[in-house]
Design a protein around this ligand. Structure first.
Ligand code: SAH
Length: 248
């Protein structure tokens, strides 16, 4: 079972997320355990402060090292596996599918959520193993980024999604975006489902899906194709699509 600890000043934010849908199912089935710790409880300051003015002056407060170091010691005291200690920060490496796969192989993840302020640099240098960002924008706290990462990691754990095959077909997992999907009816207000999908011919359906997956990636995320090994046939298709694009 994967152990997930979150260190946050706003633990209530996690209740809905951990008690709904796939994350709840993962916990109910003992595939993952979630625990949120309020690191303010570890502050040795008499007013339970967790931040202080920056040395050298300037605006903004800085999260102090002591409560976070002590909170990490606390959640690792009983742990058997060496944890990944992950700092939520817009300055971190960009989180993506590959990172989710990498983290899904760990036994113990600790997510540290900042709020408003910066971190004392010694937290980055000596406490954490990873610094991750969910994108080039700034949020008020690390709680939402931690939820994003936890959700995408936990859904990859074997047995968490009902249908074992489903994460494999997802966008990014084979380097491409997912192919278009249709469901009933076959004709909705004159908008028809592609014939091949109604044919029952599995090989043709697979081939169509693969080609459409490639087309969609070419149209929306050509950057993903830079690392994708293209077959001769695929190169030909892309050439055709490029020509079609040029000809408007
Ligand atoms: N002054 C800081 C930003 C503070 S934002 C700086 O310039 O780096 C407050 C907190 O929100 C951060 O400590 C971090 O935990 C979280 N946060 C904000 N944006 C984020 C992002 N894109 N990815 C991950 N965490 C983020």
């Amino acid at each position: 079972m994967m152990q997930i600890d979150v260190l946050s000043l706003f633990p209530d934010m996690f209740t809905g997320v951990f008690q709904s849908s796939i994350l709840k199912k993962a916990a109910d089935n003992d595939l993952a355990s979630f625990h949120v710790t309020d690191y303010r409880d570890f502050s040795l300051d008499k007013h339970h402060r967790v931040d202080d003015y920056p040395y050298g002056g300037g605006a903004g407060m800085v999260l102090t090292a002591q409560p976070l170091f002590d909170a990490v010691d606390h959640v690792t005291a009983q742990a058997k596996a060496k944890p990944r200690v992950i700092l939520m920060t817009p300055q971190g490496e960009r989180f993506d599918h590959q990172k989710a796969v990498e983290l899904s192989k760990e036994e113990h993840l600790i997510f540290i959520c900042g709020h408003y302020e910066g971190y004392d640099e010694r937290i980055r240098e000596h406490l954490v193993t990873d610094e991750l960002s969910i994108g080039d924008y700034v949020l008020t706290g690390g709680e939402l980024p931690a939820m994003v990462m936890i959700d995408s990691v936990v859904r990859l754990l074997p047995g968490v999604l009902g249908n074992e095959a489903s994460p494999i077909a997802d966008s990014f997992s084979n380097g491409l975006l997912e192919h278009p999907q249709y469901t009933r009816p076959a004709d909705f207000r004159g908008m028809k489902v592609p014939e091949v999908l109604l044919s029952g011919h599995h090989k043709n359906i697979e081939a169509w899906r693969h080609k459409e997956s490639l087309r969609r990636t070419f149209e929306r995320r050509p950057d993903l194709l830079e690392n994708y090994p293209l077959s001769e046939q695929e190169k030909q298709w892309i050439n055709d699509w490029q020509q079609a694009k040029k000809n408007g």
